[in-house]
Design a protein around this ligand. Structure first.
Ligand code: PEP
Ligand code: CO
Length: 449
């Protein structure tokens, strides 16, 4: 056994400094909720997490591509069947474009059914001289600027569990019930092209998909009858931030005896909580789910190597995904040394590009936003760095919604500063809307082919 893993248990993280934890006003109430959670059924099963590891192993070896996408922060308020369906729909639309252009399977992982906790740059927020705890996601408190709303409330952990369960239930129904039929998804993409001013740019790609589908059907595979053409696997993921919640959903697998965090298939540690001697890394190193780690522009090759050693000491392909989020201007120069160091050390990782978090800025009217062109540019730099190093650009990790929000600038519909006032609805970071997301997939397709 690995020398460190015998010191690990689901609560060993308590012996390490945990960044980004709220000040729970009533520790006894928190304990009671955690106890209740630990008796509730797991949201996912160990076997599913192992299946995702196997699929990600194919990404690590260049035989598949990862699409990880969903909300920055899911909301307790904006929660209904249409929102879930539309988010799934856009992920499926992107996946089919990427599958065709990459020529390999696309592993689909949502930032969904559990993405409720947010790291913040400061513990408190001051408005007009009033200081209150920062909003940390609906798992902890509410964004409204009042003492009552901002006070961390442990009952929210149960609500997050329940919302995750009902979201996952609907996703399972949609992905296995015919909604994901490849013909249907392709028809949505054709509608997108027909209604987009930039659509002509993508017509060739779409007609390629069309011919491929006609060929498949002519050869005798009816998309409505072959499960591979009308069902998909959509895995769930979120940042493992509130460790008490994650611990309460961690269970020992009866088949292997290993521990799995059954709150989601995949968990990641964020840019602000990836300290090697911190509680988040300690927790994640002991669960056998596939895990991710964000790497921002301050990450050194030594940091990346240490993350690999701690989170994947046995070098299991698919276990670890490194998600770079460097910013469009930095990505080539910052990523290349990391690619080299990890590759030279022989660590089998999935490399994914988060082109969102390094490209956030404040618009003239004071909105936190991102420009579509910067997002595309970061993905472009990510591909260039991989080409130069001879490594596989394994995937993208994006914040999106299926709704027609106006939170990011640019895209085929050329949203500008004034448009940000129309439907700015995110409770945290600005998300690509449904149309911008499909546009992004077409742009990534151009980079892939
Ligand atoms: C996020 O993914 O929403 C996030 C906070 O990212 P990062 O940790 O990379 O800043
Ligand atoms: Co975010």
């Amino acid at each position: 056994m690995d020398p460190v893993s015998d010191t690990w248990n689901p609560s060993s993280w308590n012996g390490f400094p945990a960044a980004q934890q709220p000040d729970w006003p009533d520790p006894a109430a928190l304990e009671a909720v955690l106890k209740e959670l630990s008796g509730l059924p797991p949201l996912v099963f160990a076997g599913e997490a192992r299946a995702l590891t196997a699929q990600l192993a194919r990404v690590a070896s260049g035989e598949a591509f990862l699409l990880q996408a969903g909300d920055c922060a899911e909301s307790f308020d904006a929660m209904n069947a249409d929102i879930i369906r539309d988010k799934l729909r856009v992920i499926l639309q992107m996946a089919i474009i990427l599958t065709y252009s990459a020529g390999v399977p696309v592993v689909k992982v949502g930032r969904i059914a559990g993405q409720f906790a947010k790291p913040r740059s400061t513990d408190t927020e001051v408005i007009d001289g009033v200081e209150l705890p920062s909003f940390r996601g609906h798992l902890v408190n509410d964004a409204t600027f009042s003492e009552a709303a901002r006070t961390p409330d442990p009952r929210r952990l149960l609500q997050a569990y329940n919302q995750s369960a009902s979201t996952l239930n609907l996703l399972r129904a949609f992905t296995k019930g015919g909604f994901a039929d490849v013909r249907r998804v392709h028809a949505w993409n054709q509608e997108h092209i027909a209604s987009s001013t930039e659509g002509h740019r993508y017509e060739q790609l779409a007609s390629g998909i069309d011919s491929a589908l006609r060929f498949v059907e002519a050869a005798g595979f009816a998309t409505s009858e072959d499960s591979r053409l009308h069902e998909v696997d959509l895995f769930t993921s979120h940042e493992a931030l509130m460790l008490g919640y994650e611990e309460a959903l961690t269970r020992r697998d009866s088949i292997t005896g290993d521990w799995y965090d059954c709150s989601a298939h995949m968990l990641w540690v964020g840019e602000r909580t990836r300290q090697l001697d911190g509680a988040h890394v300690e927790f994640l190193r002991g669960v056998q789910n596939p895990v991710g780690c964000k790497l921002g522009p301050t990450a050194t090759p030594a940091d990346a190597l240490e993350i690999c050693e701690v989170l994947n000491p046995n070098r299991i392909p698919g276990r670890l995904t490194l998600v770079s989020r460097m910013g469009a201007a930095n990505v080539e120069s910052k990523l290349a040394p990391l690619l080299r160091a990890v590759t030279d050390a022989g660590h089998p990782v999935v490399w994914a590009c988060d082109p969102m978090h390094g490209n956030t800025f404040t618009s003239e009217n004071g909105r936190k936003t991102r420009h579509f062109d910067d997002v595309v540019a970061e993905v472009g730099g990510f591909f260039a760095a991989h080409r130069a190093e001879g490594t596989w650009p394994g995937g993208i990790h994006v914040e999106l919604t299926g709704d027609a929000v106006t939170e990011c600038l640019g895209g085929g519909d050329q949203l500008d500063d004034a448009d940000l006032e129309l439907r700015y609805e995110t409770i945290c970071d600005p998300r690509l809307n449904g149309r911008q997301s499909v546009d992004l997939a077409f742009r990534v397709a151009e980079l892939l082919s």
